[in-house]
Design a protein around this ligand. Structure first.
Ligand code: G4P
Length: 535
């Protein structure tokens, strides 16, 4: 495959994730994006609102009919902006972040596979805890963020209140590309800040179809909307005076965030979001290896595994490793090398997965996500490549905040239990901590979110037929320490030292006051925060 072909494919790709608090409308927005990409002809599969069609299986039928690769991990669709005259559509990869209400390292890992994020905010609620945490990961990884204020069809805050909240609480300066015409709850359309024109949206029955757009000049808009239009113009001028206009460099540097107001349910503002992704979000780029050498997108094939999932479906007793392609072209069946073991890996079973449905992926390019079936040897962070050799830095592990012991209930299952613990450790489902005092019978599990413990016990039962009990430990935070500091720390009340399976020595503390006290009294001890990257 010539490098021109790869360059062309890369240029038209955008790989992003939606980060949001549960209920902000991520599923509805995903569906609205698919509708705008003409991947589905009607919205409503997600929620089956009155007048809208229902059941998720419609998706699968449509997927089969159109041969689109939909997966619970990545949704790929092509999109042509009505504003461009090129006949080469863009390819959009929407990588799904797990939708649970709490955090798992999984969510963080997914964000290592994207080039941009859409921060979806409920207009009535503003910034919520999960959005904040996810945003911090984006900032840490230098992922540019587009902000979407969703549910503008319902009463909510004012644009300026939301803008202030985002600037003040997270230090990201929103640069609205459009100003909504009509307050939250009275969403009529958008003032395009670049042209000064008005885009008026029309509702469709049940919000099932793309909302027709009517384009009006400023004069026509003033006549049609009166005070509501003047208010939007004033807001836009105020933003210009404050310097809150889009600046591509500042956006890519993570300082500003283009902002769009939407109603995912009515499909208002969704085209504008897609256009912004195409216009501003960066295409896939090369990556630096652990040796500091840059592998460019047109170099031979390489990919990073960012997620491993097993036991999703009892009829497929296998393990899927999802890789994001970094460079070169992927062709199903090619034999690649697993950098961590040096062993060859055959990619005969490359799939896209959506729920129970799977479809085969034959070719893929940088930015794309491919699921590899029966990838027993692969773990998150691993590199696959075609010569010359490359190995990318490991995915950082995050500061755990929840700690529990895991115990098997029947002694005769101990062997399976140990095997299962080792496997889940390797997959990165949880972090496994050990020390001599506790021994191996009941390892300590550490997680970013408590949901990870539930995943462990459920999988122990389903995949290994082992009943286990999780018991919370009275620790709430961890610090990295070293062998010199360990004995003194172990002598302290409310502190216990462990070794993690990657060799890191961690001290667990009952609470932050205990930690603060020890830091003050024993300033010679090494107590390093595990903010983001543990390595
Ligand atoms: P999530 O994936 O982020 O958790 O959110 P989801 O799309 O499931 O949306 C959560 C709720 O918010 C749903 O309502 C959905 O219909 C509603 N919603 C999403 N986007 C919009 C929007 O732009 N405007 C309005 N008004 N509502 C929106 P629900 O009542 O919880 O579920 P359902 O009855 O629709 O199934």
């Amino acid at each position: 495959m010539s490098s021109e072909v790869i360059s062309r494919e890369v240029k038209r790709r955008r790989t992003f994730a939606i980060i949001s608090h549960p209920d902000a409308g991520k599923s509805t927005m995903t569906e609205a994006l698919a509708l705008h990409a003409r991947m589905i002809s009607e919205a409503g599969a997600v929620h089956g609102k009155g007048g809208r069609r229902s059941t998720v299986s419609d998706w699968m039928e449509m997927e089969k009919a159109r041969g689109i690769s939909v997966s619970s991990t990545a949704l790929q669709f092509s999109y042509s902006s009505p504003d461009t005259d090129t006949d080469v559509p863009n390819v959009i990869n929407l990588v799904d972040t797990p939708g649970h209400s709490d955090f798992s390292e999984d969510t963080y890992r997914v964000l290592t596979a994207v080039d941009a994020a859409v921060m979806l905010i409920d207009a009535a609620k503003g910034l919520e805890p999960q959005t904040l945490k996810l945003f911090q990961v984006c900032r840490h990884r230098g992922i540019p963020v587009i902000t979407v204020i969703n549910k503008w069809d319902r009463p909510g805050r004012t644009p300026l209140e939301l803008i202030d909240e985002i600037s003040e609480r997270i230090g990201l300066i929103p640069t609205p590309l459009y100003v909504p015409v009509g307050i939250a709850g009275d969403y009529r359309g958008l003032l395009d800040r670049r042209t000064g024109d008005y885009i008026h949206f029309e509702r469709t029955a049940g919000g099932a179809k793309i909302a027709p757009e009517e384009f009006l000049t400023a004069d026509q808009a003033a006549e049609r909307e009166g005070d509501v239009w003047s208010a939007a113009c004033e807001e836009s001028e105020l933003l210009a005076e404050l310097g809150q206009d889009h600046d591509q460099e500042m956006f890519l540097a993570g300082q500003t965030s283009p902002m769009i107001f939407t109603s995912a349910m009515l499909n208002f503002g969704v085209r504008q979001l897609l256009d912004a992704l195409v216009e501003f979000a960066p295409p896939p780029r090369g990556r630096e290896s652990i040796d500091g050498v840059e592998r460019s997108v047109t170099d031979p094939f390489s990919a990073v595994v960012f997620k491993v999932q097993a036991g999703m479906d009892s009829s497929h007793r296998d393990r899927l490793a999802y890789m994001r392609i970094v460079s070169g072209e992927f062709e199903r069946g090619m034999v690649v090398t697993h950098a961590q073991t040096g062993k060859p890996f055959a990619t005969k079973y490359a799939q896209a997965v959506f729920g129970r449905d799977r479809s085969t992926v034959d070719t893929a390019f940088p930015g794309d996500v491919v699921g590899l079936v029966n990838a027993m040897a692969l773990a998150p962070g691993d590199t696959l490549y075609i010569d010359p050799k490359v190995q990318y830095p490991p995915i950082p592990s995050f500061a755990p905040e929840h700690f529990s012991t895991l115990r098997v209930t029947t002694a005769d299952k101990y062997k399976q239990f140990r095997k299962a613990v080792d496997q889940m450790d390797a997959e990165g489902v949880v972090q496994v901590l050990r020390n001599d005092v506790r021994g191996d019978a009941s390892p300590v599990l550490a997680a970013v979110g408590p949901m990870q413990f539930e995943v462990v016990t459920a999988r122990m039962k389903a995949e290994f037929n082992v009943d286990t009990i999780i018991e919370p430990l009275g620790y709430s935070l961890a610090r990295r320490t070293d062998e010199q500091s360990a004995p003194e720390l172990n002598r302290q009340r409310g502190v216990e030292v462990f070794t993690r399976s990657d060799g890191a020595i961690l001290a667990l503390f009952s609470d932050k006051w205990r930690l603060q006290y020890i830091e003050k009294e024993h300033s010679d001890l090494l107590l390093e925060p595990l903010v983001a990257a543990a390595d």
